[in-house]
Write a protein that binds this ligand. Sequence first.
Ligand SMILES: [Zn+2]
Ligand SMILES: [Zn+2]
Length: 102
Amino acid sequence: MSIPQHIADKLLADCGRRCCICRRFMPLHLHVHHIQHREEGGADEPDNLIALCVTCHSSVHTKAYMTRNFTIEELKRHRDNTMAAVRDGRWWIMAGHPNFQG
Ligand SMILES: [Zn+2]
Ligand SMILES: [Zn+2]
């Protein structure tokens, strides 16, 4: 089973095809990640999905020591904040980011 196309379409459009963590515009290098992993019962629902670039996706799946790993709540906030910034055209938020492009 895979993510329904209309759900992926909406997610990618609402975040402007930006990575929801580093917020870089990555039109062809975005993955749709399950915030709660599918093996743990995570659903193919909009609230459980986030668009991530390849680099950030790899970080989210990495269990690191001596640093805080990503939590479900944090990931949802990154997604919601990114979508709100895209919706409102608040590009200055992104322009302040060291990885900002275009
Ligand atoms: Zn990223
Ligand atoms: Zn993933």
